[in-house]
Design a protein. Structure first.
Length: 290
């Protein structure tokens, strides 16, 4: 009886996570467009509102005011000076394109949506706006970062400081593939499990990596998962994590043939460095759940 009551409590805690407003950081980069498309698909599935935000980067405007800053146009082989009015015009054009992208994707799916422009430090504006949303979606990289990097500074800041879930996307991802959840029994993992199962419904397949100290705990986790997802129609496959060494965990996830990784971070027994390595090195879209 006590076990049943405990499981019911776990299930109730898990279902407290609701996503009604999805905030998308837009900057007209390919990774931003990938985040927008993923967020739009999630909004359709979760019946959520889509909120687009374009941030006029105050640091770019400050740089444009410096006399020695120039724009190099490699295609034309020329240089030209940049001033604040020209930079403002450039940012307005980018914002207009971002708004068109948002409108097109939202209207195609008949979603409720809104768009706004803010000016300031990009990370600070995103975090402030995210307080009014249930999920923040952004590209892993911005326009200016090297292709060798897998996680940009804005994405790092969002993962570290956002109060709610954060979706990190890159271009060229197929979200119709199965969803993968890392489950370790903590409350954030329970919420990650529910979100992952909900997002997995269109393809009907959910993979769960169970991390437990022993076989008995792993068996108990599987029973809890079955109970928690009793109302969701999805086929679940399990694999126990025997090794959480960061490099091996990244390799395991990379070879799992999944389209999205959902992972809970708050109060997770997984070592923080392991979680950080997964986010930094994994070339896969990740939904981080608090």
């Amino acid at each position: 009886m006590l076990k049943a009551a405990k499981r019911n409590l776990v299930t109730n805690q898990m279902h407290k996570l609701t996503i009604r407003r999805i905030l998308v950081a837009l900057d007209a980069s390919t990774h931003s467009l990938a985040a927008l498309e993923a967020a739009a698909n999630m909004a359709l599935l979760l019946k959520a509102e889509l909120v687009g935000l374009f941030v006029e980067d105050i640091n770019l405007l400050r740089a444009a005011g410096l006399p020695f800053v120039q724009e190099i146009r490699y295609a034309l082989g020329e240089r030209r000076a940049i001033d604040v009015p020209r930079m403002e015009a450039y940012l307005r054009a980018q914002a207009a394109q971002a708004q068109r992208d948002l409108s097109e994707m939202a209207e195609r799916r008949q979603l409720r949506y809104s768009f706004r422009v803010a000016r300031g430090p990009v990370s600070a504006e995103l975090l402030a706006a995210a307080l009014e949303a249930d999920l923040l979606a952004l590209g892993r990289l911005g326009r200016s970062l090297a292709q060798s990097e897998l996680l940009g500074s804005t994405a790092r800041t969002a993962v570290a400081h956002a109060k709610g879930p954060v979706l990190l996307m890159r271009a060229g991802v197929d979200l119709s593939q199965p969803v993968l959840v890392i489950y370790d029994g903590c409350p954030a993992a329970q919420r990650a499990l529910w979100v992952g199962a909900t997002l997995a419904q269109p393809n009907g397949s959910l993979h769960v990596l169970v991390w437990a100290d022993d076989n008995e705990t792993a068996k108990q986790f599987k029973s809890d998962i079955v109970m928690q997802l009793a109302d969701i129609e999805v086929a679940i496959s399990y694999r126990r994590l025997h090794d959480i060494e960061p490099d091996k965990l990244v390799e395991t996830i990379s070879h799992s043939n999944t389209g999205l990784l959902v992972i809970g971070t708050t109060a997770s027994p997984l070592p923080p460095q392991t979680l950080q390595t997964v986010l930094e090195r994994l070339d896969t879209p990740v939904l981080v759940v608090r």
